[in-house]
Design a protein around this ligand. Sequence first.
Ligand code: COA
Length: 262
Amino acid sequence: MANSISALAMNREEVQHQLPKIQPGDCHLWRLSLEESEKGLARLTQYLSSEERKRAEHFLVPAPRLQYIVTRSALRLLLGSYLGIPCETIQFCLNQYGKPSLPPPLAQLRFNVSHSGKLALIAISKEVDVGVDIEHHRLLNDGPGLAKMILCQEDLDQWLELSPNDQFRAFYQAWTRKEAVAKALGYGLTLDFKHLRVSFTPTAQTQLINIEPNLGVAREWTLIDINAGDGYSAALAARTSKIKLMQYMLPPEFLYRTHVIA
Ligand SMILES: CC(C)(COP(=O)(O)OP(=O)(O)OC[C@H]1O[C@@H](n2cnc3c(N)ncnc32)[C@H](O)[C@@H]1OP(=O)(O)O)[C@@H](O)C(=O)NCCC(=O)NCCS
């Protein structure tokens, strides 16, 4: 498996004028901070469709509302830049489990997003289905109960043998790796995670071990842990045995560049 992983921070001009070119088999992973002011949110909301604005209004708690508005507007701005079209003209299709995608003839550009705590990840690829998941660590009130919900008996037995610290880390690694695969497939949390086996012990190489036969073959997938910083676990899954992953920080200025709003 040959994955080239590079990280760089781009300044405003670079993002505006040199958004990296994406080739078939590439995956660009954009990381963005979700710190935002009310004034900033009002500006970003202008990029959203009327349905998206309605959804934003329905959040009763400020934090998830902020996560949604910032991530969705950043997604629109990035996709608009890759496609060379105004971001507010983009229309998303949803599968029956709610996964958004671009309609034909733009559907070659695939994407998936995840947000948690103060961070969001936006994965953009060409001709390859991708899924991404980030989780902000929270104390596990009932670790064994949660592990039992997502691990098959053999994996649960292995997890129970780990030290409490390793159990904590392994739980989040198993969770994010499984959710990334489930999101690449488009099923999200409707998939039974017990039937999706991933490595999770501290010494094991990151790997999709087994997937239900009707969903594909494990060796035809790539699973990569993403270093999102202290207090987070994250993973990216791609439905291909070989992907070139490049990681970028999205500068806050990118969200506020001069942009024509219809
Ligand atoms: C969607 C879901 C995967 C989100 O999980 P989460 O850990 O809370 O959230 P994340 O931040 O990782 O991902 C959210 C993003 O994933 C994307 N997404 C939504 N549904 C998805 C799916 N089925 N597969 C992959 N990605 C999906 C969206 O872009 C979403 O962003 P948004 O909430 O800003 O619109 C989870 O709630 C789920 O599986 N729900 C199933 C919903 C369902 O059955 N819906 C039926 C009809 S809509």
